[in-house]
Design a protein around this ligand. Structure first.
Ligand SMILES: C[S@@+](CC[C@H](N)C(=O)[O-])C[C@H]1O[C@@H](n2cnc3c(N)ncnc32)[C@H](O)[C@@H]1O
Length: 304
């Protein structure tokens, strides 16, 4: 009988915004699964601005050799990006007993919290903190786990601004997480669309799992799915790439009521000046820019 492999978890504390890059680099080297965040909602909270990247590796070598090999990858990444945020990251390695491994990598998507939203799998009976709002999200699927830096940044921004009763528009909705979160946080209704034909069933399931299907009008397609008269939204979200924000800012602004607010993300910082110019030219005021790693998220209002 062949010997069972030894399994290890490599944990790296990474400044928020750089997690995907670190996960990609370590995942490419060890290629057995990556997870973000603390292992459970009950775990010791991480310091502000820091995220935990956990990588799973089966290896015949010991923890010390794995840690050295992971450090080499991280040093290479820091050198290639010249990002000070990635310099000197440390790796903690622990060997997993087989049953621990099965729990931590086969179910590698873990609940996480953004503001008062606790993002948990459907049917979860996990005890939450007082004041938490559960958002039930099925892990997996091609259109998002809700964990991407830009999604989290939008979820944070929209929770800060929502007052209750809003009609919101979510352009490039993916799995509909922003629209559903907005309704859970008090918005009256959401129109959400995405031109990826695979996205709609995920968004429909998310809305149903969260009991907000009736408030969510989910559509497959691009901006053409909006009728001419569908305007005066109280809030507009668009977590799409910088070039699309630049192209669609006038359209997005025209769908907002005067004074209505927006959250735009997915904007690579290399395109910052062109993106900001396009947003301002569309008659929107930028009230906040949150930068996490390579990504900028903008929030503000329609001023004309
Ligand atoms: C980064 S994902 C964001 C998904 C989700 N809103 C979130 O925040 O996690 C961007 C989404 O925009 C969609 N998209 C890109 N261009 C679009 C367009 N012109 N019309 C509609 N959807 C578009 C993509 O298919 C993709 O699902």
């Amino acid at each position: 009988m062949s010997e069972l492999p030894r399994w290890f978890e490599l944990g790296v504390r990474v400044p928020v915004g750089w997690c995907e890059l670190v996960a990609e680099a370590l995942g490419a080297k060890f290629a057995h699964g990556v997870a973000f965040g603390a292992p459970s909602l009950a775990s010791e909270p991480l310091p502000e601005g820091v995220e935990l990247v956990r990588v799973y590796a089966a290896d015949g070598r010991g923890a010390r050799e794995l840690a050295a090999s992971a450090r080499e990858v991280l040093d290479g990444l820091a050198a290639a990006t010249e990002a000070p945020e990635l310099a000197g990251l440390d790796v903690a390695v622990r060997e997993l007993p087989p049953e621990d491994f099965a729990r931590s990598w086969e179910k590698r998507w873990k609940p996480f919290r953004i503001g008062r939203l606790a993002i948990v799998p459907p049917g979860s009976k996990r005890p939450l903190r007082a004041g938490d709002r559960p958002l039930f999200l099925e892990p997996g699927g091609a259109v998002g786990t809700g964990r991407h830096t830009t999604t989290r940044s939008c979820l944070r921004a929209l929770q800060r601004r929502i007052r209750g009763g809003e009609r919101v528009l979510d352009a490039g909705a993916g799995n509909g997480v922003l629209a559903v979160a907005a309704v859970l946080c008090g918005a009256r209704s959401a129109v959400a669309f995405d031109n990826d034909p695979h996205a709609l069933p995920y968004a429909e399931k998310l809305a149903a799992d969260n009991g907000v299907a009736e408030a969510c009008d989910l559509r497959a397609g691009g901006f053409e799915v909006l009728a001419e008269h569908e305007r005066a939204f109280d809030a507009v979200f668009a977590n799409i790439y910088a070039d699309l924000i630049q192209r669609y800012s006038p359209e997005l602004a025209s769908r907002l009521a005067p004074g209505g607010w927006f959250v735009f993300s997915g904007c690579h910082r290399d395109h910052r000046s062109a993106t900001e110019a396009a947003i301002l030219a569309a008659g929107l005021a930028i009230e906040q820019r949150a930068s996490t790693g390579r990504w900028d998220t903008y929030a503000g209002r329609r001023v004309r």
